[in-house]
Structures are given as C-alpha cells and as structure tokens.
Write a protein that binds this ligand. Structure first.
Ligand SMILES: Cc1cc2nc3c(=O)[nH]c(=O)nc-3n(C[C@H](O)[C@H](O)[C@H](O)COP(=O)(O)OP(=O)(O)OC[C@H]3O[C@@H](n4cnc5c(N)ncnc54)[C@H](O)[C@@H]3O)c2cc1C
Length: 376
C-alpha cells in the first residue's frame, strides 16, 4: 500500500528542519536536548521508528555501572592499562552527568553498589580476582578518589538451589529505573520544545550541496544537519561504520519473597546480570554462549538462551515454582573494541553510535559531545 506524505504534512512537519536526529534512544534524546540548548531558535526534531524506542534504551537492565573486577581484568588482557582506565573514566563521569542532567529522584537512582558474585565452583576465578584487587583499586583511585572494590563479608541471600559463596562489591555503582529515565528525557525534550515523531523509519540519507536529503520511504525532504544516533543499526544509514549488532535476552519473574530489595549483580565477567526490581528478579545475558545466533539486529527470543536464563534463575536466584512474567530482547551496538564512534562523516552528517553494554553510563555524555560537532 502506498501512503505518500500529503502537502500538509510536508508543509507543517517535514520542511524547515534545521537539525534532524535519527534514533530516539538515550544518545539521540541527549543530543537533541543539548543541540536545542545550544541554539534555542533552531528547529530540532528527533525521529524514531518505534512506539517508544527499540534498540536498547528501553530494553536494558538499568545498571548504573562502570566495570566489574573480572570484566576489567579481562579487558586488561587485550587493552593497555591506559585504554582501560580511559573507558572507566568515561563511564564514571558519564554516570555522574546522567544523574545531574535528569535528577536522581526522577530516574529512581539507587546508590546500591554493584556486586560481582562467585559460585562455589568458581575458585580459580575468585582467587585470581582477589589477588589483583589491590592493584585494581590502586589504578582506579585516580578516577574515583576512593576505594572502589571491597570483598563482601556477607553474601546477599538469593532463593535458588545453589548459594553464591563469595562476592566483591563496587561501592560506587548503582541502579536506575530504565523506563523512568526514558520518560524523563521525553518530558525534558517536550518542555524544551524539541519535536519528537515516532513511527518514522528513515531509509537513507544523502548529503547534497545545500543540505541532507532524507528518504522517508514514503517521500523525501531536505534538512540542514543530520545526527545519526541509531547505534546497533548504524550501518543501514552509514555503511562505512564498523558497528556490529548483538542481541541480549532478558526475563523478569513474578514477585519473589525474601530476595535483596535493591542492588545490581553480575556473574561471569558481566555476561550474566541480575537485579531485584519491584520485588521481582530481572535476569539477562548468556549472549556469549551462542555468539553466532546472537550476532543479529533482529529482535527475538531463542530456546537456547531462554533455557540458560531459566536454568540459572532456578539454580541460583529463585524457587523453581517462580513464574516468568516478562521476556524480551534488545540490541547492543558493538565494535572491534569497546570504544564509541562520535564524529562527523561529512560536513552535515554526524554520528554517535557503538555504545556497547554501558550506554546508560555514557549515553547522555555522548549526546552532549555530539552537540559540539554542530557549528551553528
Ligand atoms: C538487554 C540489554 C541490557 C542492557 N543493560 C544495560 C545496563 O544495565 N547498563 C548500561 O549501561 N547499558 C546497558 N545496555 C546498553 C544500553 O542500553 C545501550 O548502550 C544504550 O541504550 C544505547 O543507546 P543508543 O541511544 O545509542 O541506542 P538505542 O537505544 O538502540 O537507540 C537507537 C534507536 O534508533 C532507532 N532507529 C534505528 N534505525 C532507525 C531508522 N532508520 N529510522 C528511525 N529510527 C531508527 C531504534 O529504533 C532505536 O530506538 C543494555 C542493552 C541491552 C540490549
């Protein structure tokens, strides 16, 4: 069915856009806010193809984290100390900026700490991590100005068949309510007169002499500047970018009695993550156990990952009778390393993509950085 835009739609909505932001996730919304603040008279418009946002920003786990000890030790195997510290610093500062920008109460920020848990059979990984904890604390001190990691004397009681026996807490991590964060961004955009259109799927963009031509699928229009904030889907609009999609599956149970009331928890270098949320358990991960299938930008649930999530849930976290009430997937944007891409690919087209697994931490700061690319 052909559904071309009308004359009225062109005249009222599509003409006269100064800055178009494609993608309504954390990065796109933050970029829009900062671009509008930079030039209040400009017409700044965000377009998003989904009802809310559909990539990662409304699908994530809400961990306000900047690195578990096993993850950082793993990174140090392939990256220099300076590179790893650069990543940590960016996330640490990004989290502080997110809280300042949106307000801690508005996003239900909980300074709950982030705990890495170890199971009884994880002895090697435990002793290797504990041995290097002083070293990690020493190098992180420059950034956090306090002792970041501590060995837990008491392990939080989960309700599965097997007990976690050891844990290390990152005392500076926390949690947010992902939905509230997204709503808060939307409210701010509305109150600062940024326009936001949903259901708009941009097919292609092309810089021409006096602007950027946007192919909407059912018509074309010209805008002055474009910011591509489509993360995992970036290659579709800018094929030269090295961004690889990775699906992540998540479940949320019915309420479970007697679990911790707050906190964020990691297992296995951060590949498995869980937290209590409103008396329920949110659990996600295991992408690394089926990398080939999960290297996709298609949303969906698979038996393989769902069985792994269920097995872990009942072994470690909840009684076997606990129903699972929500299941979903989201798509991460990864690269050959953990760096982000923030750059202009031409005078009028700018990109801010490849947020990896820490977009909550860095997304709002990346939006602010992007706005600096516009010379208005
Ligand atoms: C399951 C899961 C759990 C996670 N947990 C955490 C966590 O606990 N802590 C953390 O820090 N990070 C976490 N992340 C990562 C974090 O959510 C992301 O890094 C972050 O949300 C990326 O934000 P973004 O704005 O760059 O991209 P996205 O949120 O993916 O936004 C991009 C948007 O662009 C839209 N789009 C794409 N193509 C087009 C087009 N052609 N036209 C119009 N719109 C388009 C998409 O619909 C999408 O809404 C998690 C991710 C997933 C998937």
């Amino acid at each position: 069915m052909s559904k071309e835009f009308s004359y009225w739609e062109y005249a009222s909505y599509l003409k006269g856009i100064d800055v178009l932001i494609i993608g309504g996730g954390i990065v796109g919304m933050s970029a829009a806010l900062h671009l509008k603040r930079k030039s209040p008279k400009a017409r700044v418009v965000v377009v998003e193809r989904d009802p809310f946002s559909a990539g990662a920003s409304t699908k994530n786990a809400g961990f306000a984290c900047f690195g578990s000890p096993t993850e950082l030790l793993d990174d140090l195997e392939t990256m220099s100390e300076g590179e790893v510290l650069g990543l940590v610093e960016r996330r640490f500062r990004g989290l502080s900026y997110l809280r300042q920008l949106l307000g801690e109460n508005e996003i239900d920020y909980q300074a709950s700490g982030g705990v890495e848990l170890f199971a009884p059979n994880d002895n090697d990984s435990w002793s290797n991590t504990v041995e290097k904890l002083d070293y990690l604390n020493r190098i992180l001190f420059e950034i956090t100005k306090s002792e970041t990691y501590k060995v837990l004397s008491e392990i939080p009681a989960w309700k599965g068949k097997i007990r976690f026996t050891k844990g290390i807490v990152n005392v500076l991590e926390g949690a947010i309510d992902t939905g509230k964060m997204h709503r808060r961004f939307s409210d701010l955009l509305r109150s600062e007169s940024v326009e936001f259109f949903h259901g708009m799927n941009v097919k292609s963009i092309e810089e021409v002499s006096d602007g950027v031509e946007v192919n909407w699928g059912n018509g074309y229009s010209k805008v002055s500047q474009v910011f591509v904030c489509t993360n995992a889907f970036a290659k579709q609009l800018v094929p030269s970018l090295d961004v690889r999609p990775a699906r992540n599956q998540v479940i949320v149970t019915a309420p479970v009695e007697g679990i911790p009331d707050q906190g964020t928890f990691h297992y296995d270098k951060g590949y498995v993550y869980f937290r209590p949320i409103h008396g329920r358990i949110l659990l996600g991960g295991f992408r690394h156990m089926d990398r080939l299938t999960e290297s996709t930008d298609e949303f969906g649930l698979t038996d393989t990952i769902q069985h792994m999530l269920e097995a872990f849930l009942y072994e470690y976290l909840a009684p076997e009778t606990t129903p699972i009430e929500y299941r979903w997937s989201g798509i991460l944007g990864l690269g050959p390393d953990k760096t982000t891409i923030v750059k202009s690919v031409s005078p009028r087209i700018h990109v801010g993509v490849r947020m990896g697994g820490m977009g909550v931490a860095i997304g709002s700061e990346i939006g602010r950085e992007l706005s600096k690319l516009w010379i208005c």
